[in-house]
Write a protein that binds this ligand. Structure first.
Ligand code: HEM
Length: 454
């Protein structure tokens, strides 16, 4: 474990319970306030009452742990007491099935062991090659959009992210499946959020309708992914660089068809929803702060626009500072949870079995003790390394994101290529897009702008 990490021992503090819902709080706890806007309520409570909070959904207790010492304890020191099988992750599993993202214990270890080789450092020259091709293709498509009144960057970000994940893990662009996968995943995310914030167990006609929509969307998504798996099964094994489906099919772990479907869905979802959102926000911040387009462009010019390897991408300082700041301000996995298995203490506060622990990259990345003017967009803050466990867009500990390196490479390469050819302009002055904090932190409306050729 990193010695620089802070220590929980002796750091006792009292967890604060914000005021419960008006009128019904004795029944609902904080559920109504959270339902109105989970991120807003959590952030306001955090700013008003500090980084260690208790909230209730009905009678169910959640501890919000958002300080480095508390996070170190949950992620590392006593991680075995805090597995991932929370109601929130169970909801995610209703969409993705049980895969490496949601499994716990030995089942998780089995999956992670088989999937890990896909992310071996030796694969990254190959991944850079295809990321390079995909970003060139994106630039070509955007050339065709220069004269258009508006360009939908949300659409292009999702498309590019799906192509990259398809080609790197499955050896196909998922071109034919693009519409179905992106639409059905979006619908399922919306419906999952509704399920997660239901307070009462009764099936109203509205709830029944939502459940029926969910079942149908899931069926269509599964059938589409099954088609991808069948296509891959039929392909020869030779020469396939990092084909994830072949790795699962050929593994001595003997995964069932259902498990393979879940693992493939998991990787497609985890591998594109997150990075697509960061790229959408990236376009948004580039339009809001066009000076960052110029800084990235100036550096490209200095390097003669050479983007020929992962090493070269990493050496472009400005794009990487910029992306870190986007990840700080808009972490796609803005909140996730753990479930306490046995009795314990965090900061001297008693933890009971069944308590939920809520961790929010968004909150810790806006913590006023660790980030100066946290609401200000300032990529230069990353010239200094952040304090340990204050910047956790990819999580931490044994369940840390598997795709961090791939995501950083795909995002940075794409922005370098696009900015070397175009300026991006907002459609209106004072552009502002709200956050839609659901399972992931999406922009509330599509990010649109104009392209101008350099
Ligand atoms: C900007 C992009 C991304 C962000 C911000 C992100 C964030 C995260 C976070 C926060 C977690 C941990 C959740 C927790 O501890 O409960 C996670 C897990 C995971 N991510 Fe990512 N992710 C990104 C891209 C990717 C990509 C591109 C892939 C695959 C190609 C991927 C695959 C996974 C997997 C498989 C896990 C589960 C790991 C485990 O539990 O063992 N992610 N991600």
């Amino acid at each position: 474990m990193d010695k620089k990490l802070p220590d929980l021992k002796n750091e006792s503090k009292k967890a604060f319970t914000p005021a419960r819902d008006p009128f019904f709080g004795f029944i609902t706890g904080h559920a109504l306030s959270l339902r109105k806007g989970r991120l807003d309520f959590m952030y306001k409570s955090f700013l008003d009452h500090g980084d260690f909070l208790i909230m209730f959904i009905g009678k169910k207790r959640t501890l919000l742990v958002n300080d480095p010492a508390g996070l170190k304890y949950v992620f590392f020191e006593n991680a075995k007491n805090y597995p991932k099988n929370t109601p929130g992750y169970q909801r995610v599993a209703e969409v993705l099935g049980q895969g490496v993202f949601t499994d716990v214990g030995e089942e998780w270890r089995r999956g992670r062991r088989v999937i890990q080789p896909i992310f071996n450092p030796s694969k990254f020259d190959h991944y850079f090659g295809l990321i390079n091709e995909e970003s060139n293709q994106l630039v070509e498509s955007l050339v065709g959009a220069v004269d258009e009144k508006e360009v939908n960057f949300s659409y292009w970000s999702t498309r590019y992210a799906l192509h990259v994940i398809g080609r790197s893990l499955l050896n196909e662009r998922l071109e034919e499946s693009f519409n179905i996968i992106s639409q059905k995943l979006s619908e399922l995310i919306d419906l999952t959020e509704k399920k997660m914030t239901r307070i009462f167990p009764f099936k109203t006609p509205k709830v029944k309708k939502e459940d029926a929509e969910f079942t149908l969307a899931l069926k269509i998504l599964d059938e589409e992914i099954e088609k991808v798996i069948v296509r891959e099964k039929e392909k020869p094994r030779t020469g396939a660089q990092g084909n994830f489906i072949h790795a699962l099919l050929d593994s001595s772990e003997k995964f069932s068809d259902k498990k393979i479907l879940s693992q493939v869905k998991t990787m497609i979802f985890a591998g594109h929803e997150t990075s697509a959102n960061v790229m959408m926000w990236g376009f948004y911040f580039l339009m809001k702060y066009p000076e960052w387009q110029d800084k990235i462009y100036a550096e490209l010019k200095e390097h003669d626009f050479k983007i020929e390897s992962e090493e070269e991408v990493k050496n472009y300082k400005n794009v990487n500072l910029f992306l870190n700041e986007v990840l700080r301000m808009r972490p796609p996995a803005w909140s996730f949870g753990r479930l306490a298995v046995s009795e314990d203490q965090i900061h001297g506060e008693k933890v009971f079995p069944g308590d939920l622990i809520s961790i929010s990259p968004y909150l810790i990345q806006h913590h006023p003790d660790y980030w100066e003017k946290p609401e200000e967009f300032n990529p230069y803050r990353f010239q200094e390394e952040p304090k340990p466990l204050t910047f956790i867009p990819y999580g931490a500990g044994q369940r840390v994101c598997m795709g961090e390196r791939l995501a950083n490479l795909e995002m940075a390469t794409m922005f370098l290529k696009v900015l070397s050819k175009f300026k991006i302009e907002a459609l209106e002055p004072n552009l502002h897009i709200e956050m839609n904090a659901q399972v992931s932190l999406r922009p509330q409306t599509a990010v649109k702008g104009r392209l101008i050729k350099r």
